[in-house]
Design a protein around this ligand. Structure first.
Ligand code: SDX
Length: 426
């Protein structure tokens, strides 16, 4: 028997159907309310489902994250980022032939057009790489405008492969431009993560000297960031995509949303915060600032809209973090000591416990990326690189079924009607 709820408005009772989920919360379908002239109100969308999706499932209380039904800890231990890209886009894990064909397709699209790469010359050397990345992704539409028919499934797949393939190259170009160094071309003989690291830290014409441990840690960072259901940037991609814009425009909108320190910019903000704290002796001072309502300071890397016990990605990230620090001989890194003391205090303080504020993925990814030698300003670019398959999968999911343009309503508290007066009489 299909469930429903009743609500009574101005003496009239309305039945609202309850739609059943395959995992997690069922939802109340409020679409019929508009016919009654009634809006719902939920700024920040804390209890609003914006779509019907089959990509990723999160149980925030249980600390569960599954990509297409596969638990994140299993994928992190047994899979790799490219295989997860295939899984997200195609709903199933690939067999060997499917994986090899997918990997070959990605490798075939890794280069950046010689004329197009001039875009970086428009930026000063101090420019933040996220501004370069966002502009470059939007700019790719100018190169591929013949193949952006959003109703053409082949164009959608081609665009997804192009962006998954090109985002490491664009990210490395932004990094090299920022340092005033020559670009290192993509190397199809290297793995996805090794190729990215070589383009960032290698020298043109020289063989790769990337450590396998570091490459594995970077691949795991990409994989852990690959998708996260309807987070702010993915919802932005869906909202932009609902206007029928080209996929490069929709994805570049997601890049802009991710940049914020409350979202993907948090990993960079974590390092800036740890540097500002500077020493274990100052941790309590900053914890008290975070608890002070009069102080806008928040502990970057703590808290999450959905996870209320622990972020399963942070657990895996913490393991990678220690492996990288051990290899780099940096497990005595002063910033790690500050981070560990910060985590200990926050986990024991009632302010954080009562608000269910725990370290999220950004808390450990920042420290790991620093240990790998990634400059802080590139952290969110790496989040962008990891999240690319998730954005593309959600955009493709939206494009693959009928949809309406996203156009929320509002609770209006502005002026009532009043007549215009000439400036001479004001
Ligand atoms: C990501 O959504 C996703 O899935 C995102 C993400 C993904 O993979 O896409 O997981 C990636 O964005 C992770 C989050 C990264 N952001 C940070 O680490 C920035 C610091 N965290 C906060 O800004 C905050 O916790 C949010 C934005 C993450 C969540 O904010 P919510 O859900 O809107 O919660 P809230 O702001 O209403 O906070 C509830 C209470 C408030 O106190 P009270 O008014 O109840 O007294 O907790 C407090 C907040 O002031 N609080 C914090 C805090 N986070 C929340 N206090 C101090 N430090 C913090 N970090």
């Amino acid at each position: 028997m299909a469930q429903q709820i009743s609500i009574t408005i101005d003496g009239k009772t309305i039945q609202l159907p309850v739609l059943e989920a395959s995992e997690g919360n069922n939802v109340v379908d409020v679409r019929s309310l508009i016919a009654e002239g009634v809006y719902t109100y939920d700024p920040g969308f804390l209890s609003t489902s914006a779509c019907d999706s089959a990509v990723t499932y999160i149980d925030g209380d249980a600390g569960v994250l599954m990509y297409r039904g596969y638990p994140i800890d299993q994928l992190a231990k047994q899979s790799n980022h490219l295989e997860v890209c295939y899984l997200l886009l195609n709903r199933e894990l690939p067999n060997q032939a499917q994986y090899d064909n997918f990997a070959a397709s990605i490798k075939s699209h890794q280069t950046i057009d010689q004329q197009f790469r001039q875009i970086f010359n428009g930026f000063t050397q101090g420019a933040h790489p996220m501004s370069m990345i966002g502009s470059a992704i939007a700019g790719l539409a100018s190169l591929y405008h013949e193949e952006t028919d959003i109703t053409n499934a082949e164009h959608r797949i081609l665009t997804a492969h192009r962006l998954i393939a090109k985002i490491p190259t664009l990210a490395a170009m932004a990094f090299k431009h920022g340092k005033g160094e020559a670009f290192v071309e993509p190397d199809a003989s290297l793995s996805y993560a090794e190729n990215f690291l070589n383009m960032c830290f290698g020298t043109a014409g020289q063989p790769s000297s990337v450590s396998p441990t570091i490459a594995k840690a970077m691949d795991r960072i990409f994989l852990l960031h690959a998708d996260h259901e309807q987070n702010a940037s993915t919802s932005t991609v869906r909202m932009a995509g609902s206007t029928d814009c080209n996929p490069y425009a929709a994805i570049s909108a997601g890049v802009s949303a991710l940049w914020g320190p409350a979202h993907g910019g948090a990993n960079e903000a974590v390092l800036n915060m740890l540097n500002e704290i500077g020493d274990e002796s100052r941790v309590e001072e900053f914890v008290n600032k975070a608890k002070d309502k009069a102080d806008p300071f928040k502990l970057m890397g703590f808290g999450h809209r959905v996870y209320k016990n622990f972020d399963p990605r942070a657990t895996v990230m913490q393991e990678s973090c220690h492996a990288v620090l051990a290899e780099k001989g940096a497990d005595n890194d002063p910033l790690l000591k500050v981070a560990q003391r910060l985590e200990k205090i926050a986990r024991e303080d009632d302010y954080f416990i009562s608000r269910k504020l725990y370290p999220n993925i950004d808390f450990y990814s920042g420290i790991t990326l620093k240990a790998v030698g990634i400059p802080t300003e590139l952290f969110t670019v790496i989040f962008t690189l990891g999240r690319m398959p998730g954005w593309l999968t959600h955009w493709s999911e939206l494009m693959s079924a009928p949809y309406k343009i996203a156009r929320p309503r509002q609770l209006y508290h502005g002026e009532s009607k009043r007549d215009y007066t000439d400036i001479t009489s004001r």
